[in-house]
Design a binder for this molecule. Structure first.
Ligand code: BG6
Length: 470
């Protein structure tokens, strides 16, 4: 019998669980950051939508919405709260409850081992740049693999290594809030080693489950086809894509990428032969691809290296309004297509990028199974007096992107599943709670965090029902 296509939605531990110090959980770097003066808004994920106490209700709503899969992440510091390798049984018990609810409602779990929230004790030692991070991560993963085994059929090592490294060490809006290209490269490298070492632990257990990694951005593209523009695309892909995906999928870095990074003045003495050997033998089974926007670039004529984001949500579409940009001197810089719209956070809305992304992955990596692990629209929702949101804007976004995603499947991409970001409203990193993505509204003024399905929830249910025979 053919495998069922997976239709679901996604969350991440810090963004939805709340219960930040409950039942023996240790602090993560996000707890630490949000409780510090660096967090100028004072907004935290301490309670968020309190998934910790709404597991049953949230899983039931997913099932009632026709969804058959749920992507969530495990909080490392719930499982290993301190720097002593001692497992917290209550942490494991919480995720057992989540898996029990998944089983009860016929929902396939797709579980990410880390979604940005490193334990604070790893942060104290240098975070993703700590040379021992991969061994610590592999130990944590082995605890998870041994405990949950095949109850979890799809494991993801790291959510968006590139975007995580980028925000931590280029933009500097995520902890440890640095702008340091050297550390970006070291972090991205260590993440590749983390994935390889975790996979080595995973393979030892001979599970039936599969393991993958989730990539954040899509391939770079340009509005012009000249040698200079093609170079800009190539360098942007080195920076955002190949640096992560080549070791994970092909088991090795492209020598040209290594040469280009060295020529940029990055000290690659952190690259170790023994790590490269482990990468070679420990590649992923599937790729998770998050799809939000397009990576549009042009040659870097400014000679400037700079990265900007808009965490204020004040983009009004005017030419001067803040948007997401990235530039590396001599390599590439962001371009802007005057014919497309930006959302309030300065991110381009461009549904065709979904098709281009998936087709480019197929071109470079062949028939690797792919899941679209996130796709969603962040906006200011307006609820009526009953908490109901007519989010037509979100529906339009999802409908248009899904059109191109399914077209890529028709054109041969080995697509296995799709996840809306997000299952319910949750904390948006730095942006707080005003930027909403959920299919289900969460009332943050209500201590009980009342849930109300939005119009998009019902639309998605119908869409799934109409697309059962894929
Ligand atoms: C993805 C992350 O990059 O984008 C999610 O995996 C995140 O955790 C989502 O929430 C949307 O980004 P933001 O910054 O708008 O919340």
């Amino acid at each position: 019998m053919a495998e069922k296509f997976l239709w679901g939605s996604a969350t991440a531990a810090y963004q939805c669980e709340g219960a930040w110090d409950a039942d023996g959980k240790g602090p993560s770097i996000w707890d630490q950051f949000c409780h510090s003066e660096k967090n100028t808004t004072g907004i935290t994920g301490n309670v968020s939508c309190d998934f910790y106490h709404h597991v049953e209700e949230d899983l039931r709503m997913m099932a009632e919405g026709g969804q058959n899969t749920f992507r969530f992440s495990i909080s490392w510091s719930r499982i290993l709260p301190k720097n002593d390798h001692v497992v917290n049984p209550a942490g494991l018990a919480f995720y057992d409850r989540v898996l029990d609810a998944c089983e009860k409602y016929g929902i396939v779990p797709n579980v990410t081992l880390i979604h940005y929230d490193l334990p604070d004790y790893i942060g104290d030692q240098g975070g993703w740049c700590y040379p021992g991070v991969a061994d610590e991560f592999a130990y944590y993963c082995s605890v998870v693999f041994k405990h949950f085994g095949d109850r979890i059929p799809l494991y993801v090592t790291i959510n968006e290594p590139n975007h995580n490294a980028y925000c931590d060490y280029c933009v500097g809006n995520y902890p440890p809030n640095e702008t340091n290209l050297q550390h970006y490269c070291q972090c991205a490298y260590n993440m590749a080693v983390c994935t390889a070492k975790a996979i080595r632990e995973f393979r030892k257990l001979n599970l039936k489950a599969q393991i993958g990694v989730v990539q954040g951005c899509g391939p770079a593209t340009a509005l012009q086809d000249t040698p200079e523009y093609r170079d800009a695309v190539k360098y942007c892909n080195y920076f955002c894509n190949d640096w992560i995906l080549d070791p994970a999928i092909k088991g090795a870095y492209d020598p040209e990428l290594i040469a280009a990074v060295k020529a940029k003045g990055i000290d690659l003495s952190f690259v170790k032969e023994e790590d490269l050997e482990i990468m070679k033998h420990n590649t992923i089974d599937f790729l998770g691809q998050n799809i939000y926007s397009r990576m549009l670039v042009k040659p870097n004529t400014s000679g400037i290296t700079a990265f900007t984001v808009n965490n204020a949500g004040n983009n009004d579409g005017s030419a001067s309004a803040a948007r997401e940009t990235r530039a590396i001197a001599g390599w590439f810089e962001s371009d802007r297509d005057p014919n497309t719209k930006l959302n309030h956070w300065g991110r381009e809305i461009f549904p065709q990028c979904a098709y281009n992304t998936l087709m480019e992955r197929k071109r470079r990596y062949g028939d690797i199974p792919i899941y679209v692990t996130e796709n969603g629209h962040g906006c200011y929702d307006v609820a009526d007096e009953n908490g109901y949101v007519e989010d037509d804007e979100r529906i339009e976004f999802l409908r248009n992107y899904l059109h191109y995603i399914l077209k890529a499947k028709q054109d041969g991409v080995n697509l296995k599943g799709y996840y809306v970001w997000s299952t319910m409203d949750l904390y948006s990193w730095i942006n707080g709670y005003k930027k909403r993505y959920g299919l289900v509204r969460v009332d943050y003024d209500d201590p009980q965090r009342k849930r109300t399905p939005k119009k998009s929830y019902f639309w998605y249910k119908q869409f799934i029902a109409e697309h059962q025979d894929l």
